[in-house]
Design a protein around this ligand. Sequence first.
Ligand SMILES: Cc1cc2nc3c(=O)[nH]c(=O)nc-3n(C[C@H](O)[C@H](O)[C@H](O)COP(=O)(O)OP(=O)(O)OC[C@H]3O[C@@H](n4cnc5c(N)ncnc54)[C@H](O)[C@@H]3O)c2cc1C
Length: 378
Amino acid sequence: MNRRGHFEAEHEMFRNSFREFVRNEIAPHYEQWERAGVVPREIWKTAGSLGFLCTWADEAYGGAGCRDFRYDQIVAEEMGHTAGVAFGLHSTVVAPYLDRLGTEEQKRRLLPRAVKGEAILAIAMTEPAAGSDLAGIETHAELRGGSWVLNGSKTFVSNGINADVVIVAAKTDPINPRAIGLFLVESGMPGFDRGRKLEKLGYHAQDTAELFFRDVAISCANVLGDPRRGLEALKSLLVDERLIAACGSLALAHAAFDVTLPYVTERKAFGQRVADFQNTRWKLAEIQTELDVGQAFVDRCVVDLNAGALTPEAAAEAKLWTAELAGRATDACLQLFGGYGYMWEYPIARLYAAARVHRIWAGTSEIMKEIIGRSLVK
Ligand SMILES: Cc1cc2nc3c(=O)[nH]c(=O)nc-3n(C[C@H](O)[C@H](O)[C@H](O)COP(=O)(O)OP(=O)(O)OC[C@H]3O[C@@H](n4cnc5c(N)ncnc54)[C@H](O)[C@@H]3O)c2cc1C
């Protein structure tokens, strides 16, 4: 699809160098990282040293000061094929909390390390008994003698094993369930433990983990924003999170299409190329059309976000449409591979498994429909 006008020359330069980095530094090692269930910390430092993390961060904190979501979009697009190192989560989802809510001291202490890849970031909202219903979390923090004391547990935390700093959502008022605070929990804090590295259907190289907090003492220096108003902050930053998730879903669907087209033009059945069956051409046509339609909408959302005009409903639409498309596209593409599509050594199998979580994380498809639907029916 012609996206002329969406990107400028400097974006294309950034894309080319990031693509080169993925080709040289990630792709050759990716299978081994999948087997290990985690990526080495060094890859974060290499990405940081090349200027690929938190590109939006102000120069005062070591960033490039490019407050332009198109750079985040490019990272998500170029990661579509390897789908495994959670750069987007670190740079576009978690670090912006420091930027928007952090004190000057917190920013000076943490942002330069995040930009360099020396501090890997994670966010822990979900709990064993509460995911979609954020207000239902049970992890709580109590103010005792000038420090907050954190107790509870979290699950499904991406970067959970490697993370140096985790933003943890916790209840802060026993009689007001909507009073939630955000706390910066750092590696090595007494009472902070990591549980299992969870085995997942896909995204095997991503370290998704359970985290436990037992009487973790958190000084005021590690309270992020107003400790009673974290829910509002989470809701407003979820707009960015859903848009970057949409960029990732679309990239994944594109990747599925890109590996399928050459396969069906090579593979023969009944004396002709699989691509020559009408069914194949129609499937490819359907996917290509949906990719183009989705891309146009997502690009518009990116422009709106840059202008400060992206609504939660539009972000939810983008997330819903692209996550569902990633599911449809990877399923249809896998079918065109026949039995080979079911083999893990074929990238389409990995993409199929990876696509499944896109309808779940960053808010399920049902929750996206709720957000959109509630804005329609008052
Ligand atoms: C690989 C992976 C990585 C993740 N990374 C992170 C992370 O880094 N940090 C983090 O905090 N979380 C993370 N999550 C958690 C993710 O955001 C949650 O799994 C998701 O929000 C759904 O919550 P749940 O799993 O508790 O499902 P539930 O909330 O229990 O939902 C179960 C089902 O009920 C449906 N449902 C719930 N409420 C409604 C409703 N009101 N109307 C209609 N249907 C409803 C859901 O759509 C779903 O189908 C990750 C999850 C996965 C799988």
